[in-house]
Design a protein around this ligand. Structure first.
Ligand code: UP6
Length: 297
């Protein structure tokens, strides 16, 4: 089966505008690298964003580890994202009831929704967490990744749990199948039957607004090309750290496991030359992706 390129997927009718933007950035910059900027000084983070910006499609932050966060910092980060054409992903891992995450996303010290294009959430609380986040983020054109798997040793997000997370994003499929019915001319009957089925699902559909753009995962877990798969726990050599982190290589993640974006922190941050390291992850990532495309053809 021929696999779609990032550029082809950007053009799909039901892809979220933010996913389109990301896929186009990836294609234009030939980069599926998201740098995890896990540093504790705002100045250093901005420096990283400016110097690595040209090599990355996305910059991931943990703003709550900054010792000197200010609103000015987030404005500067946004300018750098525009200057270098990358998206900002605050790795907040929301995991509470809808009403609480709404406040955590919009308010508090960080006002995450005002500057971060993408956030992520655990699915543990059920659909309410997505509903709460989307009440804030959807009108702003933001997107959310659901955490379906984790890279850490002994993670409980496996098997049936992972499948349930994927099902939580099925709302997206509704529009997708209607379009399929129409474009493939499957006929009115089929469409009507499907619409009935959809109306049965309506409650669920309302609870799953089109705000979820993909997953945090170790491998491709959804066949829908509209969804972006992003994988943390990546270094040039497989292995781990002393606190349970587990690493796979860019080749393994993008070529064999079928993920779309590699998230790299210490593999770049602890390298003697961060820019050189970022360029080498970008290059490996792009080669692994083109190899996968070639293999599918
Ligand atoms: N992260 C993981 N694994 C997950 C989810 N998120 O490592 O399952 C995040 C971490 C860190 C980054 O919070 O910011 O990705 C990985 O950093 P590293 O490359 O330095 O290990």
């Amino acid at each position: 089966e021929q696999e779609l390129s990032y550029a082809d997927r950007a053009k799909l009718p039901n892809v979220h505008p933010l996913a389109t933007k990301l896929l186009n950035i990836m294609e234009a910059k030939q980069s599926n690298l998201c740098v995890s900027a896990d540093v504790t000084s705002s100045e250093e983070l901005l420096q990283l964003a400016d110097s690595l910006g040209p090599n990355i499609c996305m910059l991931k932050t943990h703003v709550d580890i900054l010792k000197d966060y200010t609103a000015t910092f987030s404005q500067k980060l946004q300018s750098l994202a525009e200057k270098h054409n990358f998206l900002i992903f605050e790795d907040r891992k929301f995991a509470d009831i809808g009403n609480t995450v709404k406040h955590q996303y919009e308010g508090g010290l960080y006002q995450i929704s005002s500057w971060s294009h993408i956030v992520n959430a655990h699915a543990v609380p059920g659909p309410g967490v997505v509903k709460g986040l989307s009440a804030v983020g959807k009108p702003l054109g933001r997107g959310c990744l659901l955490i379906a798997q984790m890279s850490s040793q002994g993670s409980l997000a496996t098997g049936e749990y992972t499948k349930a997370v994927v099902r939580m994003s099925v709302h997206f499929l509704s529009l997708y199948y209607i379009t399929l019915c129409v474009t493939h001319n499957l006929g009115f009957g089929f469409t009507a039957v499907y619409l009935c089925y959809l109306s049965l699902q309506l409650n669920m559909a309302e609870e799953q607004p089109d705000f979820v753009i993909g997953f945090i995962c170790g491998s491709k877990i959804s066949k829908k090309p509209e969804f972006i798969h992003m994988t943390p726990g990546v270094q040039m050599q497989a292995g781990g750290d002393a606190l349970g982190q587990q690493y796979a290589t860019p080749e393994e993640v993008l070529c064999n496991k079928g993920s779309d974006v590699i998230i790299v922190g210490r593999g770049i941050l602890e390298a003697p030359d961060r820019l050189k390291a970022a360029e080498s992850y970008r290059k490996s990532g792009w080669e692994a992706y083109t190899k996968r495309l070639g293999r599918s053809g």
